[in-house]
Design a protein around this ligand. Structure first.
Ligand SMILES: *Cc1c(COP(=O)(O)O)cnc(C)c1O
Length: 232
């Protein structure tokens, strides 16, 4: 399928998921995850009007960032080594994978040097899978309290990855739990500003995530494709 048809297909599915759950389409935004494709392919995505780009490794993202800076907003969605924070802060508008204090310190330090503030999402390991990064749900509140001392970090929401199930319906409890956690944190005002964002849902499970309240879906395979593709 060509990019345009994939985009149309994703749009239809998003619209349907929104209407099934009484949500407004404009409250759900797409991050095109370009980690599997070339710079040319990422540029084609942006030309189609999808201007939020997700990448999970700086060395792979570098050429795309250089080609597309100013035209696209970059989201860092992968696990971030502390010593790589300096490469990412200032280039990526959002970091979706904040999950430990040492990383917060590194982000703060770089943001201070650049005189920026960095909107971050806290990655939560809702499913408890060993292989997944992220804070345990119970650790999110104390972590948010620790973040208060990092004035350059703006916690804006939560991010999770669901396990890969062949039936996406099985991911629903994971997404529901992330939304509930956000609501509990907001009810007790643990951060200065309420958390507004839920980054959840990937190719296999984005419709369920939207039904459960996703504000950002991160779409690689289903939207951008997985190999070099020919335009047209
Ligand atoms: C790769 C990746 C995605 C996109 O994966 P697809 O299943 O291809 O849509 C989303 N989020 C994160 C954190 C990723 O690493």
């Amino acid at each position: 399928m060509a990019l345009e048809s994939r985009l149309r297909d994703v749009e239809n599915r998003l619209e349907l998921a929104c209407s099934r759950s009484g949500r407004r389409r404009e409250d759900v935004r797409i991050i095109a995850v370009t980690k599997y494709v070339s710079t040319a392919a990422a540029e084609a995505v942006v030309r189609q009007g999808v201007t939020h780009i997700g990448e999970n490794r700086w060395p792979d993202a570098k050429a795309k960032w250089e080609a597309l800076q100013g035209q696209a907003v970059f989201h860092y969605i992968g696990s971030l080594q502390t010593n790589k924070a300096k490469d990412v802060v200032g280039k990526f508008a959002y970091i979706h994978s904040l999950d430990r204090e040492s990383l917060a310190e590194a982000i703060q330090k770089r943001a201070q040097a650049l005189e920026l503030s960095v909107p971050c999402l806290l990655q939560v390991n809702v499913s408890g899978e060993q292989s997944k990064h992220g804070l345990e749900p119970e650790a999110v509140r104390p972590f948010l309290e620790k973040l208060r001392k990092f004035d350059r970090i703006k916690p804006i929401g939560l991010m999770t990855m669901a396990p890969h199930y062949s039936d996406p319906e099985e991911t629903r409890p994971v997404f529901r739990a992330l939304k509930q956690l956000k609501e509990e944190l907001n009810a007790s005002s643990v951060s200065d500003e309420p958390l507004t964002e839920l980054s959840m849902g990937m190719s296999n499970d984005f419709e369920v995530a939207v039904e459960e309240g996703a504000t950002w879906v991160r779409l690689g395979t289903v939207l951008v494709g997985k190999e070099e593709f020919k335009e047209g």
